[in-house]
Structures are given as structure tokens and as C-alpha cells.
Design a protein around this ligand. Structure first.
Ligand code: NDP
Length: 825
């Protein structure tokens, strides 16, 4: 035994174990665990159970029910029944329940922390001091939003029954991120925990009972991904899926839900950069690295797994870092003096070993501390890989373990390029004492969260979520609430009946014939014949001659379609109005390239964007009659109606000119001394697939919000009535719109929409068309996990301000980046 003098000399830690007995007793009292459905514990219908093990010992911990498809169905039915009442429960009453849950979590905090530690392998220090307090905070915070929903989110309704699937790395925290906002906004949920880590979700179920939450508002179904997970994703009565986990499974869920009308939010993987400039406080940096990559054994979606260090300080930093790694303590997660716990499962441990070995084969140099890991259980030492090339597997693949790869850069521009050199975009951490440099770099990193001089900061008040293949949607903050609400007027699900849609020239001609006659056609309210447009617009020039062929508009230039084909455009009275170019895959490629090349548009000022939108409105206004006449020719609208469409288009341009310098972010009130800047940023290059109706207004209603916040667009106009959009490029040409900001490709809309949805260089696609087309777009988007906004075949009233413009459009046009900026010495 060491003497006091020895201890004083070495300052070694003694063991400080947390008692496991209360948690083990709790487990024993509940064995085997059932499913929590309709406020009751139920046996799985198939009678099947699985063992959950403690990764630190390898020993079984609990028997857990495996839900069958029938059990999931029962849970969804129970959530549906509960939705009727819960969605109508006053916000204040929902707030009381969420508050009660938060209180109950605090009362049972130690039990929850120990359970989490034993089930997952993470240290008690983390579960006790980080996870569980944040869980309680999430429920308190969202109790507030339940209270404020009616005043702060007017005209919004809950989405319905939400299926939630969570991973094993933060079992209870992810549960709170999902359940708290869902309940606050009046939804009911069916949650499937990860197979490795079900225990705290089951303890949470008990808390729901304790606070008297109405039965069915929360249902917890444990079980396998392949049965329970798939059953939840595919259930026809689920209105939304919220998923956190691997990008591959996220992609699979995107495809599985495509076209079903289910809303989807995805929080996926990452390979986040940790950028260190040479003026940083290196001792703080070292502690930052510890928190970035050794927190939770590196099993963190936003782990700072790529250390990018300025070349001139590399040696100094790595020297300090190795010294710190040598002092990290690995071992029993229930020991309060342990820094690094166990990896969640043997298969995960194997995967970490495989990737590190691959890294070595690809040329990396490995460094690990001199001490050995415990022989029993799933442990992996903190690991540093240097001599890593940016394209190597370990620099690109999410290892999800305590493995840091280090690379160097020379200039800020290089740091940004390296930082963004990933298909992910979840988070980034950057270190510099120069606030100008830090904010400049933060604004250029493609990541949903940027921490300045800090890392892995989380709070309910700040949104969290990804750019690019890290997924879409936000959790936390006001921005996270929109995942669980919808405009009250918006219909859910898919539209059963397809609206009529044009296919080829013959179909167009037929449609035109059906819609109108040479001397007029039926009005919408029936019967009344509208005279031929020529008679309505006396004094205006005659119809354009049919040999005039509008071209495509790409990169600010009118270009002929690559195919060399044109399609006839027929008017409402079946007369031939002209021809438009038939765009093809190659034209789309050119348009995407042009949109990408115009990305500088994002950094022009809001004032400039507003000026250009006003200018567009002004130039459209000058040609209002001509545009109205075109609408009449194409659609057979009454003169008054066409005039209204043009006026509404001008007004819409004014609306977004107004928004261009006003769609602000927020400063979130996160605890601790920092400002968390929630900045809406453009999504990037956005594809716009316009509906068939309102050929001018719908086109303007999509283009204007997208560009007013800095996106560039590739627009596919109405296929049947494309000429308003092709006329519009003349307005674009005369209004100082930068080349490539708006690109217009006419042609077979559905085919081109699919090409755009598949294109890896597009960041988002908005589709307004058929239910089938919506499905195609959602499915095809899974390649690079681009964002989608589709209408499932429902039409909207483009003339109405409620449905045709406003914040819903601006939210789709932006993604929120949260920049955490600490202050104080
Ligand atoms: P998964 O993405 O497979 O699992 C996450 C959750 O999804 C679990 O509840 C899982 O259930 C469920 N699930 C899996 N497949 C389906 C499906 N087809 N339909 C419905 N639900 C499904 O992560 P893994 O646990 O397999 O981890 C693999 C890798 O994923 C890690 O190495 C890491 O790189 C990454 N990962 C990223 C996370 C993040 O936060 N970004 C979190 C976890 C993992 P079940 O547990 O029953 O398999």
C-alpha cells in the first residue's frame, strides 16, 4: 500500500467507485423488461427477448423485450388514439407535464446516470455531469415552448404521430432531444431505442407513468432494427420519422419513406474539423482536444476527429498533446476519476481496430500512450494518427472511436478548404485569439455548429444539426420546433388523385383542347365562356410568331438545348404559341455548374440582394401587360385573373426584397458566458421544380425566396406553360442579376427533376408536382442526402399570402448555423 508521502509525491488517484447496487436492484425489479405501450408494460407478442450487456465487463445486464411488427403497430395505434386528446391539450397543460418530467429526471438523476454508464460504457462523470443534467434541461426548456406555442407559433399544428429512432452513444440525451420538442408541440411518439442501450429509455417510460402522462403520448418499443425499426419507419400511420444514427441507415430511411408523405429529420454522422491557429492558447487547446475526441470514447457524431493545426505550431502542440494523453485514465466507467470508459460493443471495437490498421497501411504514423487498457471489457486507448493525407480513409471515414487524425495547414484559406474537405458538415471547432479571424473562418465552414475556442458544447436553447451528408433538420432552439409543426392549412400525407399533368406535345395539345376552345373556355366556377384573348387585349401587339424559340437560360446566357430538340407549346385555344428547348441531362449539368460558379451571390449584402429583387419587380412591372397576355395565351385565364397573377408576382418580388435584409437569426440564451449566434445561411444550389399552374407567379414564388437569402437556383418551369419563365429571363437580364444565380431549363420536367434530385452538386430540391414525382425526388435525393421539399401532389393557393409566401419558404431556403462564441478572460 502506498504511503501518504508516496501519494503526495505522485498525486495518483485512488479508486472512487460509484455504487452500482441501486441500479442493479432497479433492473432486477423490472426483469424482464416489457414494451411501454399505451401507458402500460406489455409482453412482446412474439415472446422474444434479448440480453443487454455491460460493455465494461462483457456481462449481461438485463433481459429486454424485442418488439414485433404487431407490437409496433399497437404502439402506433396507441399514439394515434392519444394524439386526439394531446394535440388539443392546452399548451399550459403540456408545459406542466414536461415540467413534471424534468423534475422527475432530476429526482432520479443518479439512478439514470448509473444505468446509462453501465448500459453504454461511458463514464459516470459524463452521465452524471453532462448527459442527465442536459436531459432535464431539455424538458424544462421545451416546457417553455409548450407554454408559448400558441402566441409564438400562431397558425401552426402538430405533425401527428412521430416515430423516433435513436442511437446508443447518448441514449437518454437523444431521447430528450426527440421527445421533449415533439410533446411540447402536441405530437405523440413511438420511440425505438438502440438495441445496445435501452435501459434509460425504459426508466424514462416509468417516469412518464409517475407524472401521469396520458397513456399513449409516449410509447417505447425496444427491439431490433430489422423488425421494430423497419416496422416503425414503414408504418402507414406515422406522420414523421426523426432519426439519429449512421449516414447509411439515414439514407436507407430516406429511400424507405420517399413519397409516403412522412416528414423526415436526420441527424447523421460527421468528421468534424478541430482547427488550431498559431495564436491559440495551446494549453486550452489540449483540453479542448480531450473533450473533442476522447469525450464518450470518441463515439460522438460531432467529435472533433480531424485535428488541423497550423504548421508552425504542430510540433509544440503535438508534444503537449502526447503528454496529456499519457495522463488520461481509462477503466471502470463507474469510477469517478476515470476519463475514458468502454466502447459500446465488441463489434464497434473491432471496427475501430480495423480502421486504425487501415490508416497505418495507408501511411499514417500511430501514437498511443504507454499504459495498457484493462484486459476485460471493450476498451481502446486514445490514439493519435499523424502523417495522414487528406484523402486517406482515416481522414474521411467516421471512425466513431477515440482516434484523432492530425494534419497541418499554412493559411486560413487552407484551413477552411481542409475543414470543408468532407462529405459531412455537422460541427467544427476552431481556436484562435483573433476574433476577426475566428468569425471569418466560422462563417466559411460548412457545418451546422461551430464552436470558437470551445468544443462539444450543447444546450437545449441552441439548434443542433448538419449540413450536407450529416443530415437535415435541427434539434434544440426555436429552429428545432419546426420539425414538429406544420402550417395549420397544410394537408398531411399524399394526395390520392394525381392532378392532370402534361407529358408530351400531343398530350399538351389534347389538354389544351380539353381546356379551351378557339373562342374561349369554361371558367373554374363553371359554364361562363371567356372570350379569346386577342379580343381582350386590343392595342397590344399580335401573338408572337411561332418561329420564335425561347432558349434555355444558363450562366446568364441564352443557350440552345444540347439535344437539338424543341417541343411545341400550345395555347389554351389550342393554337401553337411557340416552341421551347428540350433540355436534357447535359443542360442540367451545365446549369448546375453555372449555379455553383455563382456561389459568390451568397456573400453579397442583403441590401444588394434587396436592390436586385426590387429591380426585377420594377422591370416586370414595366412589362406587366405583356406578361398578362402571355398567361392568357397559355392558360386561357381571364384577363383580370392574369393581371392578378402578374401583380401578385410583382408583389412577391417586393416581399422577398423586403426579407432580403431582414431574415435575421437569433442570439440564443445558452448558459455559460458565451453568445450563441444562430445564423440562417443559404443552403447553396437549389433546384426548383415549378408546378403546372400559375406559370409566372409560382415560378417567381419559388425563385425569389431562394435567391433573396443567397442561394443560386436551377429552375424547371411549368412544362405545359413554360413561356412566362422564358420571358422572365429577359427581365433577369435587364435587372443586374449576377450570371448563374438563376438558371432556367425547359423540357420534360419529371425527367429533369430526377436528374437534379440525383445530382451530387445540388444541395436541395423543391418539387411541386405529382405524388409520384414527389416520391421520385425524395428517393433520388438520398445519394448525397440533399434536402427536399415536396408537395406529395397537393396543390397550394399561390395567390394567397398565407400559402404562397413567407417564412415557410425562407426556412426551406436556409439552414441555421450556430456559432458558439465564449467571452471573458
Ligand atoms: P445505426 O445507424 O445502425 O443505428 C442507429 C439506430 O437506428 C438504432 O436504434 C438502430 O437500431 C436503428 N436502425 C438501424 N437500422 C435501421 C433500419 N433499417 N430501420 C430502422 N432503424 C434502424 O448505428 P450503429 O449502431 O450500427 O452504428 C454504426 C455506425 O453508425 C457507428 O460506427 C457510427 O459511425 C455511426 N453512428 C452515428 C451516430 C450519430 O450520432 N451520428 C450514432 C450511432 C452510430 P439497433 O440498435 O436495433 O440496430
Amino acid at each position: 500500500m502506498a504511503s501518504v508521502a508516496d501519494i503526495f509525491e505522485t498525486m495518483e488517484y485512488g479508486p472512487a467507485p460509484e455504487a452500482a447496487a441501486p441500479a442493479l436492484e432497479w433492473i432486477a425489479a423490472h426483469q424482464p423488461f416489457g414494451l411501454f405501450i399505451g401507458g402500460e408494460w406489455r409482453k412482446p407478442s412474439g415472446g422474444s427477448y434479448a440480453d443487454s450487456a455491460n460493455p465494461a465487463t462483457g456481462k449481461p445486464l438485463a433481459r429486454i423485450a424485442r418488439a414485433s411488427t404487431e407490437d409496433v403497430d399497437a404502439a402506433v395505434k396507441s399514439a394515434r388514439r392519444a394524439f386526439e386528446g394531446w394535440s388539443k391539450t392546452p399548451g399550459h397543460v403540456r408545459a406542466r407535464y414536461l415540467y413534471a418530467i424534468a423534475r422527475q429526471i432530476q429526482k432520479h438523476s443518479r439512478l439514470l446516470a448509473v444505468l446509462e454508464s453501465m448500459d453504454n460504457g461511458k463514464t459516470i462523470r459524463e452521465t452524471r455531469d453532462i448527459d442527465v443534467p442536459l436531459v432535464a434541461r431539455h424538458f424544462y426548456y421545451h416546457a417553455g415552448w409548450a407554454q408559448l406555442m400558441s402566441s409564438e407559433l400562431p397558425c401552426m399544428s402538430p405533425v401527428g404521430v412521430v416515430g423516433q429512432i435513436i442511437p446508443w452513444n447518448f441514449p437518454m440525451l437523444m431521447l430528450s432531444w426527440k421527445i421533449a420538442p415533439a410533446l411540447a408541440m402536441g405530437n405523440t411518439v413511438v420511440l425505438k431505442p438502440a438495441s445496445y442501450t435501452p435501459l434509460t429509455a425504459l426508466a424514462f417510460a416509468e417516469i412518464c407513468r409517475e407524472v401521469g402522462l396520458p397513456p399513449g403520448v409516449v410509447n417505447i418499443v425496444t427491439g431490433d432494427a430489422r423488425e421494430a425499426g423497419e416496422a416503425l419507419v414503414n408504418h402507414p400511420d406515422v406522420n414523421k420519422i426523426a432519426f439519429t444514427g449512421s449516414t447509411d441507415v439515414g439514407r436507407h430511411i430516406r429511400k424507405a419513406t420517399a413519397g409516403t408523405g412522412k416528414r423526415l429529420s436526420l441527424e447523421l454522422g460527421g468528421k468534424s474539423p478541430f482547427i488550431v491557429f498559431d495564436d491559440s492558447d495551446l494549453d486550452s487547446v489540449v483540453e479542448g482536444v480531450v473533450d473533442a475526441i476522447w469525450f464518450n470514447q470518441g463515439q460522438v457524431c460531432c467529435a472533433g476527429s480531424r485535428l488541423l493545426v497550423q504548421e508552425n505550431i504542430e510540433e509544440r502542440l503535438l508534444h503537449k498533446l502526447r503528454a496529456r494523453m499519457e495522463r488520461l485514465r481509462i477503466g471502470d466507467p463507474l469510477d469517478k476519476a476515470v476519463d475514458i470508459g468502454a466502447i459500446v460493443a465488441p463489434v464497434q471495437l473491432e471496427e475501430i481496430r480495423r480502421l486504425v490498421e487501415l490508416g497505418r497501411k495507408e501511411g499514417a504514423t500511430l501514437w498511443q500512450p504507454s499504459w495498457a487498457c484493462p484486459a476485460e471489457g471493450c476498451f481502446y486507448p486514445p490514439t493519435l494518427l499523424t502523417d495522414v493525407s487528406p484523402a486517406s480513409t482515416v481522414a474521411q471515414t467516421e471512425i466513431f472511436g477515440p482516434v484523432l487524425v492530425a494534419m497541418t495547414f499554412r493559411t486560413p484559406a487552407e484551413a477552411i478548404a481542409l475543414g470543408n474537405n468532407t462529405r459531412y458538415g455537422l460541427a467544427a471547432s476552431l481556436w484562435s485569439e483573433n476574433i476577426n479571424l475566428a468569425l471569418d473562418v466560422a462563417s466559411q465552414l460548412k457545418a451546422g455548429t461551430v464552436w470558437i475556442n470551445s468544443t462539444n458544447q450543447f444546450d437545449a436553447a441552441s439548434g443542433f444539426g448538419g449540413y450536407r451528408e450529416s443530415g437535415y433538420g435541427r434539434e434544440g432552439g426555436k429552429e428545432g420546433l419546426y420539425e414538429y409543426i406544420r402550417p395549420a392549412w397544410e394537408q398531411l400525407g399524399i394526395r390520392d388523385q394525381e392532378p392532370e399533368i402534361s407529358g408530351d406535345g400531343a398530350h399538351q395539345a389534347q389538354a389544351a383542347l380539353q381546356n379551351g376552345h378557339s373562342d374561349g373556355h369554361q371558367s373554374k366556377d363553371g359554364g361562363e365562356l371567356i372570350p379569346n384573348p386577342q379580343h381582350l387585349t386590343p392595342g397590344l401587339s399580335a401573338l408572337p410568331s411561332i418561329d420564335r424559340t425561347p432558349k434555355l437560360f444558363i450562366g446568364g446566357k441564352q443557350v440552345r438545348p444540347d439535344s437539338g430538340y424543341s417541343a411545341f407549346v400550345y395555347g389554351a385555344n389550342s393554337s401553337l404559341l411557340g416552341e421551347v428547348g428540350q433540355g436534357n441531362r447535359k443542360d442540367i449539368r451545365n446549369a448546375v455548374e453555372a449555379a455553383r460558379a455563382a456561389s459568390g451571390w451568397a456573400s453579397t449584402t442583403g441590401h444588394n440582394k434587396a436592390q436586385i429583387l426590387y429591380y426585377l419587380a420594377e422591370n416586370l412591372s414595366v412589362r406587366a401587360q405583356e406578361f398578362a397576355r402571355r398567361i392568357i395565351q397559355m392558360t386561357g385565364s381571364a384577363e383580370e385573373e392574369a393581371g392578378r397573377e402578374v401583380e401578385a408576382s410583382i408583389e412577391r418580388l417586393f416581399t422577398y426584397a423586403a426579407w432580403a435584409d431582414k431574415y435575421d437569426g437569433a442570439v440564443h440564451r445558452t448558459p455559460s458566458r458565451n453568445v450563441t449566434l444562430a445564423m440562417p445561411e443559404p443552403v447553396g444550389a437549389v433546384a426548383l421544380v415549378c408546378p403546372e399552374e400559375y406559370p409566372l407567379l409560382a415560378f417567381v414564388s419559388l425563385v425569389a425566396p431562394a435567391i433573396c437569402v443567397g442561394n443560386t437556383v436551377v429552375a424547371l418551369p411549368s412544362e405545359r406553360h413554360p413561356l412566362s419563365a422564358t420571358d422572365f429571363y429577359q427581365v433577369l437580364e435587364t435587372s443586374d442579376v449576377l450570371a448563374g444565380v438563376v438558371n432556367i431549363v425547359t423540357g420534360p420536367k419529371e425527367t429533369l427533376a430526377k436528374v437534379l434530385a440525383e445530382h451530387d452538386n445540388m444541395d436541395s430540391i423543391w418539387y411541386f408536382g405529382t405524388a409520384d414525382g414527389s416520391k421520385t425526388v425524395e428517393y433520388a435525393s438520398a445519394g448525397n442526402m440533399k434536402r427536399t421539399w415536396v408537395n406529395y401532389g397537393h396543390s397550394r393557393d399561390w395567390l394567397s399570402k398565407e400559402q404562397g409566401e413567407g417564412r415557410e419558404f425562407l426556412r426551406e431556403a436556409t439552414q441555421v448555423k450556430n456559432i458558439w462564441t465564449p467571452y471573458g478572460e
